[in-house]
Design a protein around this ligand. Structure first.
Ligand SMILES: NC(=O)c1ccc[n+]([C@@H]2O[C@H](COP(=O)([O-])OP(=O)(O)OC[C@H]3O[C@@H](n4cnc5c(N)ncnc54)[C@H](O)[C@@H]3O)[C@@H](O)[C@H]2O)c1
Ligand SMILES: NCCCC=O
Length: 430
């Protein structure tokens, strides 16, 4: 099971069949969400890696010793916040529950977790796993429900912190509710991330990267690089390759080993994504492939929420498909000429979750990473999120981080203890 190390992406070793509990959770996640079994396995691997990582860190939490004059000193203690609420989105149900609860529990907090009502099942499995591992009753709790339940949790005076994963509009409400009792907040919100492909890139990798940046989990990934900027000279060859491979993606029963794209989350969401494609056409974009409801051959899959992955050409920065988060398998491709120009265009958004650059020029790669206004920049890859690496947004994509050591700071508070070793000053002369 430890063969797979990685994140959203597909380390090839993670495609090995799994057995036992992890495989059962992955299957449940497929039924929960509709994503392919190969992806769900990666999600479950990333999830247990998060539990192991923070369990290891728990014993290392430490403060600082500060020497003061006269032998006095101060020290700091990292302490728990109290009851933390976790509210999750439906695209990575089990993984989100682990990314929030593992650091929360490692820091000594209790957590009440509310999954999305569209994917209610696997968070309960996590609660069972914690119980089996010896976590005392009441330390990790799952409550089911939608906006109303989430509102009650955010307004509860006994809650110290809310860690939220979801859309920007809901994130704003969470912040507003939490402000009433000055709760700490972590917001992991949406994105419309740029992926910049320079003409000196390794084209094969850039094409694979563009698929990774757009079509995992049916395109329902917050950090997807859906604004693909391609340097003009290589646009024809890039488009030819990317369209050829997009057309070859196998869509169908997500429980089958060969399937690489399952079903979208709901009929309503499928209609919304298809609506973005229609709007893009009206605004002048050209559909190079996909963008339609898809009916797999198997009779039992009729009526499923499938769509063919879509590549849009002739896009411009002012189009709806380029400005708004679609959260479906729709890639918008645009040409650019210079580094300066593409950086300006890439940063011209209220989002700032992720970004990517493909180039062989090492100086350019780091310069572009420095200048992109996003919480993550992938160089020559995309959508890799190992548990050791902090993940989170800039601008309206949120604040706070998940994964990595830094997340400890978001689930704990610092107490300072000041120790006097001499006499107290007779300042008042009395
Ligand atoms: N940055 C990240 O790490 C990350 C990860 C996954 C998804 N997302 C984002 O999530 C969005 C898609 O997920 P979604 O449709 O589930 O988002 P959403 O905002 O509709 O819902 C997210 C969660 O909030 C709850 N909720 C809804 N209204 C609420 C309210 N008023 N008060 C409290 N809770 C409320 C929902 O029940 C659900 O559990 C996309 O925008 C995507 O980019 C971000
Ligand atoms: N697995 C991390 C990606 C979550 C974003 O949707």
């Amino acid at each position: 099971l430890k063969a797979a190390k990685g994140g959203v992406g597909f380390p090839s070793s993670s495609l090995l069949p799994m057995t036992g509990t992890n495989y059962n959770i992955a299957k449940l996640e497929v039924i929960n969400n509709g994503k392919s079994i190969t992806e769900a396995r990666v999600d479950i691997d990333v999830s247990w890696q998060s539990l192991e990582y923070y369990a290891g860190i728990a014993g290392t939490l430490a403060g600082q010793h500060i020497q003061l004059p006269g032998g006095s000193f101060a020290y700091t203690r990292r302490e728990a916040l109290g009851v933390c609420v976790g509210i999750g989105a439906w695209n990575y149900p089990f993984q989100i529950a682990c990314w929030k609860s593992a650091p929360a529990l490692a820091c000594g907090n209790a957590m009440v977790f509310k999954p999305s009502p569209f994917t209610a099942v696997t968070a309960v499995i996590l609660a069972e796993i914690y119980k089996e591992a010896g976590v005392p009753d009441g330390l990790f709790n799952v409550v089911q429900g939608g906006a109303e339940t989430g509102t009650l949790l955010c307004n509860h005076p006994g809650v110290a912190k809310v860690s939220f994963t979801g859309s920007v509009p809901t994130g704003k409400k969470i912040m507003e509710m939490s402000a009433k009792t000055v709760k700490q907040v972590t917001l992991e919100l949406g994105g419309k991330s740029p992926l910049i492909i320079f003409k000196d890139c390794e084209l094969e990798n850039a094409v694979r990267g563009a698929l990774m940046a757009n079509f995992l989990t049916q395109g329902e990934v917050c950090c997807n690089g859906t604004r693909v900027y391609v340097q003009r000279e290589i646009m024809p060859v890039f488009l030819e390759e990317v369209v050829k491979r997009t057309k070859a993606i196998s869509i169908g029963d997500p429980l089958l080993e060969d399937t690489r794209m399952g079903a979208l989350i709901t009929r309503q969401h499928l209609d919304k994504v298809l609506g973005f494609v229609s709007q893009a056409k009206k605004e002048g974009a050209k559909v190079l492939c996909g963008g339609e409801a898809f009916t797999p051959i198997e009779p039992k899959l009729k009526g499923g929420y499938y769509m063919s992955p879509c590549v849009l050409d002739n896009c411009t920065d002012d189009m709806t498909c380029v400005k708004e988060e679609i959260f479906g398998p729709v890639m918008s491709v645009m040409p650019f000429d210079t580094e300066e120009e593409v950086l300006k265009r890439a940063n011209n958004t209220t989002f700032g979750l992720a970004s990517g650059v493909f180039t062989r020029d090492i100086s350019r790669a780091h310069r572009v990473a420095e200048n992109l206004q996003a919480g993550t920049c992938f160089i020559n890859n995309y959508n890799i999120s190992p548990v050791e690496v902090p993940f989170g947004g800039y601008k309206q994509s949120g604040f706070g981080r998940e994964n990595g050591q830094v997340t400890i700071e978001y689930y704990s508070q610092l107490k300072t203890v000041v120790v006097e070793m001499g006499a107290v000053d007779d300042y008042f002369n009395c």
